[in-house]
Design a binder for this molecule. Structure first.
Ligand code: FMN
Length: 181
């Protein structure tokens, strides 16, 4: 219990997740007690960085649901940031699917009324699928801030997301809510 507001960063398997350290460092600098939750695929992509990221956040990295009866290992969240958000996770989130820990957390966060920001990163073909625009509409209607670029989601031109607007996403969560725990 740090007394700082708690931010859950949910990282999905799109190229910018390989630079998630940038986001985490900035979130910590802004005063968030930062917890990293990775989708199973993102966890595989970051397998070599697990120790560094755990040390950086000071919290265990979570990917899987706990077993029934086990204690929560992370402090309760005050806000959540889904970045990068994949087409897969955005569409499942909008549909209310919660068959993984990251999806369960962000699905319930809507019901809890927590501040929620998502920064999608999709290629052009993924963005053109009709489910994506429908999902964005559903999630925005539920109060989720979905940050798109001028042309649509980031990532349309390919690349690794070197200019991914991590800071903009954090700006949207300011001022950080006061931790009440
Ligand atoms: C090299 C590579 C790059 C990918 N880039 C993207 C991407 O930019 N956006 C996206 O939505 N999915 C991308 N994918 C596909 C996702 O990784 C895949 O849909 C995965 O199931 C997403 O799972 P998650 O949403 O649970 O993280 C990429 C996959 C690979 C192998």
């Amino acid at each position: 219990m740090s007394g700082m507001p708690v931010l859950y960063v949910i990282g999905c398997a799109a190229p910018p997740v390989l630079k998630i350290q940038t986001l985490i460092t900035s979130a910590i600098d802004r005063g968030w007690d930062t917890c990293l939750i990775l989708t199973a695929t993102a966890d595989r992509w970051l397998a070599d960085s697990t120790n560094t990221l755990t040390e950086l956040t000071g919290n265990p990295i979570r990917t899987n649901y706990k077993l029934p009866g086990r204690p929560d290992v992370l402090p309760p969240a005050d806000a959540m940031l889904v970045a990068p958000a994949t087409s897969n996770t955005i569409n499942k989130w909008a549909a209310g699917i919660s068959d993984t820990l990251p999806l369960g957390l962000i699905t319930e966060a809507i019901g809890k009324g927590l501040p929620l920001v998502a920064l999608p990163f999709l290629n052009e073909a993924q963005a053109k699928h009709p489910a994506f625009s429908r999902s964005v509409e559903i999630l925005r209607g539920a109060g989720v801030q979905i940050l798109l670029g001028e042309e649509g989601p980031h990532g349309l031109g390919g690349g690794s997301g070197a200019d991914f607007p991590w800071e903009l996403a954090l700006d949207r969560l300011e001022p950080a809510p006061t931790n009440t725990k």
